[in-house]
Design a protein around this ligand. Structure first.
Ligand SMILES: [Zn+2]
Length: 305
């Protein structure tokens, strides 16, 4: 036996950790201004860089917490899961991918439906989760958003959808495309019931989500510098054989070209939303909690115009 042979294994490096959007550790380097930010400061600031206002991507839970009073809300339809109707396999079976994502995120699909109070206004919110297979819209996401809208109609409360999605979920094929029509039809019913719908577009909102409900809001509000589009820039460049302008498919470009109504900093989002809803005649709940059946909005209840 050689004298200098390594018999023990070298110390393993801790590289193969799961990826997270806000890096682990006490300090975070901002991709906007390359400054180091103390992680606590970042969290206090709803994950917006205090120096350059770069908006870090956040989870649906963090979003809902920031939006609702005292961070309190009730989740609905949590037990819905995809059944892999096409028994689809790409690089690996869809069923395995689902299983793994459910374990990693602790969620059953890429959407959370929540109800609660925002600045004393009763609201129904559906928030999409990008960590769950790119926030893709499959049957479950479509169903949950539809149910959220129906719940808003039933309770006569405003509906909000926070989009963060790569588009339709290709592993569910045409079934995922049908969700575009289903959600849009539910929104038409909400409109007939004269209830407001606010669409909040965050980084990124693309594909079938942009092509349906994300652009159907009475107000379409985006976060700064969010990527919003239908097809990706490379596909468009190849199709039209032209170089695309700088900042194409970012919130600011879209606002300038009339695709959006507002760009709102995440730190002001709650205040802007509640002001907008009050302008749309949502009525605050003044006294102690009341049963949900009491309408928070005025207007005709029969839903006909
Ligand atoms: Zn920064």
């Amino acid at each position: 036996m050689a004298w200098f042979k390594k018999t023990r294994k070298p110390i393993a490096s801790a590289t193969a950790e799961k990826p997270s959007r806000v890096p682990e550790g006490l300090w975070v380097k901002c991709p906007g201004c390359t400054q180091l930010i103390y992680k606590n400061d970042l969290e206090q600031n709803v994950n917006v860089c205090p120096k350059c206002a770069h908006h870090f991507r956040i989870t649906s839970a963090e979003r809902l917490k920031a939006l609702f009073d005292n961070g309190e809300y009730v989740e609905h339809f949590t037990n819905l899961t995809s059944t892999d109707p096409l028994q689809f396999t790409d690089t690996k079976p869809y069923r395995d991918r689902l299983q793994k994502t459910i374990q990693a995120t602790g969620m059953n699909d890429a959407c959370v439906v929540a109800t609660g109070r925002m600045d004393d206004l009763d609201i129904v919110v559906a928030a999409m989760e990008y960590q769950f297979i790119g926030g893709s819209m499959g049957v479950v996401v479509g169903e949950k958003i539809t149910r959220a809208i129906e719940m808003a109609i039933e309770r006569r409360q405003p509906a909000l959808v926070i989009s963060s999605s790569g588009g339709a979920r290709m592993m569910e094929g045409a079934l995922s495309l049908m969700q575009m029509a289903k959600v849009s039809a539910a929104l038409a019913r909400l409109d007939r019931a004269r209830l407001p719908f606010i669409s909040i577009l965050t980084d990124p909102t693309t594909g079938g989500v942009t092509a349906s409900f994300a652009m159907l809001g009475d107000l379409n509000i985006a976060e700064p510098k969010a990527l919003i589009g239908f097809a990706g820039p490379r596909v468009i460049e190849q199709t039209i054989r032209q170089k695309l302008p700088d900042g194409f498919q970012r919130s600011e470009f879209l606002l300038e070209h009339g695709m959006l109504d507002l760009i709102v900093d995440r730190r002001d989002m709650k205040a802007v939303l509640s002001r907008a809803l009050r302008f749309m005649r949502a009525e605050p709940v003044r006294s102690e909690p009341q049963p949900v059946a009491v309408g928070a909005l005025t207007g005709s209840a029969d839903g006909r115009r």
